[in-house]
Design a protein around this ligand. Structure first.
Ligand code: FO1
Length: 320
């Protein structure tokens, strides 16, 4: 018998938007968020965890709504001073954001796990929803380009996603162990697993690549539904559509369905892509057509409700 918990897999700004909607649609004890750690990297000796931090700031309402990452009301004295003394300035660290990186790095250096320090910071910010990094071991998403291999943040921020991608590598993934809290939650048979509208290649793939995690997700018996990050042939935020084209795929919700085929039971697509529904259904998955563009909080809550409702309807028909 499944309990009624919802497990959401999230990376990037798009993922955090749906997580915010879910946090308003569900009581805190029903939601667990698993974050991608492949974007994490060391900068000035600080451990930076962007996808986890975006969820932390979003759920504590500290996030900058414009940027989607970092904190609102930020000041940039540190960056100005860094530039003045000739330090690297391609990655912007706000003065308040820095506190999180300094505290986390200090705790990690003293032996805390990423999960433990994430829980400590979440608690301090009054977040009741468990924010669970996919694993506590370091994993580094690398982006292969014709000019060579780039660390993810170099590709994404320093090079502004300009290089052509030819492939991805998740360095360290073979030594990664699924976050024990995620393993425990999966053993308690969650009701629903949601893949947020995150970049499938660099935000979702690292999570699904953690050894055994994909098997555990499927064995949990919970329906797995994804929300397409591609609407009308474009990614709403970030380089997903550009990556798909560079990898020789059409940038479409149908291609997203093909990408997740065999793993997900249902895909939520935008009304703009409604005509793709039959072709997606032909791939052997259920399809929900809904407004998936999240401009405000209400959109986020609406999409969260539609996605949970869709997945709950699938629970009856899951045979694995
Ligand atoms: N993204 C940018 O495009 N430019 C930045 O300067 C930048 C700084 C930054 C600092 C902290 C943080 O948690 C995230 C930051 N991001 C920045 C976003 C980050 O690169 C992306 O959110 C993820 O890595 C991909 O989703």
């Amino acid at each position: 018998m499944s309990n009624d918990r919802i497990l959401a897999l999230s990376g990037g700004v798009g993922g955090a938007k749906l997580v915010l909607g879910l946090s308003h649609a569900l009581p805190a004890e029903r939601l667990l968020v698993v974050t991608n750690t492949g974007d994490d990297f060391d900068h000035f000796g600080l451990r930076i965890c962007p996808d986890t931090d975006t969820v932390i700031y979003t759920l504590s309402d500290l996030a900058d709504r414009e940027r989607g990452w970092g904190r609102a009301g930020e000041s940039w004295g540190f960056m100005e001073a860094m530039r003045q003394i000739g330090g690297e300035d391609w990655f912007n660290l706000g003065d308040r954001d820095l506190a999180l990186h300094v505290l986390r790095t200090d705790r990690l250096n003293k032996g805390s796990s990423l999960s433990a320090v994430t829980a400590e910071i979440s608690d301090a910010l009054g977040i009741k929803i468990p924010i669970l990094p996919m694993c506590d071991q370091p994993v580094a998403t690398m982006v292969d380009t014709p000019e060579g291999r780039l660390a993810f943040q170099h590709y994404f921020v320093r090079e502004r996603c300009a290089p052509t991608v030819t492939g991805f590598e998740f360095e360290g993934i073979e030594k990664a162990q699924p976050n024990p809290a995620v393993v425990a939650a999966l053993k308690e048979n969650p009701a629903v697993i949601i893949i947020a509208p995150s970049n499938p290649f660099v935000s979702v793939a690292p999570i699904l690549a953690v050894p055994e995690l994909s098997n555990m997700l499927r064995k949990s018996g919970a329906p797995i539904v994804a929300v397409s990050p591609i609407v009308g042939g474009e990614a709403l935020k970030g380089p997903a559509a550009k990556m798909m084209k560079e990898l020789g795929m059409p940038a479409s919700a149908l291609e997203i369905a093909r990408h997740y085929r065999g793993f997900i039971d249902g895909l939520v697509i935008d009304e703009m892509d409604a005509e793709l529904a039959p072709a997606i259904a032909d791939l052997g998955m259920e399809v929900e057509v809904a407004p998936t563009i999240m401009n405000d909080l209400n959109d986020r809550i609406e999409l969260a409700n539609r996605t949970v409702g869709f997945a709950a309807r699938l629970s009856g028909g899951i045979e694995r």
